[in-house]
Design a protein around this ligand. Structure first.
Ligand SMILES: [Fe+2]
Length: 199
């Protein structure tokens, strides 16, 4: 007897690794540090003990390169999911500088189709991982008596950070970032993307 599993309603995280990450990240690192120098207070959000810039990278010409890449990656994912043609893609992006001891509380990003993070500089794995929580976890009646976790039984999934890697996920997917237990800053750029009909 053959029993065939068929995933229903999969929650997807897409990932890509930039080929020119060494050169690109050196530039992004410099820009990130400059931004903090200009605004040492930053903004408070899900970041604990970390610095976060305002959500305004999309308006800053110095960040044009990463802004274009964010939109290219998300448009490509949208096409793979048969989004309508002729949509306008809007985004907001911000810098995170998380020193040792910093972490991000679990949260989600409402009112956007995609959210994501791009890793600029860090020491893995000590810097901590982003983790995602099963959106259906609240409706689970029982835990499974398992000896090893599978994609089906997992309630949380950790994705390893890597300099030059981008993760993209649906805005509704709850996520957090573990404490930075390394001896250096974990620097990343986060973003939200919304596709709307062109006027
Ligand atoms: Fe987030």
């Amino acid at each position: 007897m053959e029993i065939t599993p068929r995933p229903l309603f999969p929650s997807v995280v897409w990932t890509t690794l930039f080929d020119d990450r060494a050169v690109f990240n050196a530039k992004m690192l410099q820009l990130a540090r400059q931004m903090r120098e200009q605004d040492p207070r930053g903004v408070d959000n899900s970041n604990v003990k970390g610095w976060q810039s305002p959500n305004n990278l999309q308006t800053l010409p110095a960040f044009e390169d990463i802004n274009i890449r964010i939109l290219q990656v998300c448009q490509s994912i949208a096409q793979s999911q048969h989004f309508k043609p002729n949509l306008a893609y809007h985004h907001q992006a911000w810098v995170n500088i998380s020193p040792p001891g910093a972490f991000n509380q679990i949260h989600y990003h409402p009112n956007c189709h995609f959210s994501g993070v791009y890793y600029v500089s860090l020491k893995a794995p000590e810097c901590g991982s982003i983790y995602f929580r099963d959106p259906r976890v609240a409706s689970r009646m029982m835990t499974y008596p398992i000896e090893k976790m599978t994609d089906f039984t997992a309630e949380e999934v950790w994705m390893p950070p890597e300099e030059g890697r981008m993760y993209v996920f649906p805005g509704w997917m709850e996520h957090g970032v573990e404490e930075n237990k390394s001896d250096q800053d974990r620097i990343s750029i986060s973003f939200n993307v919304l596709a709307t009909p062109k006027r």
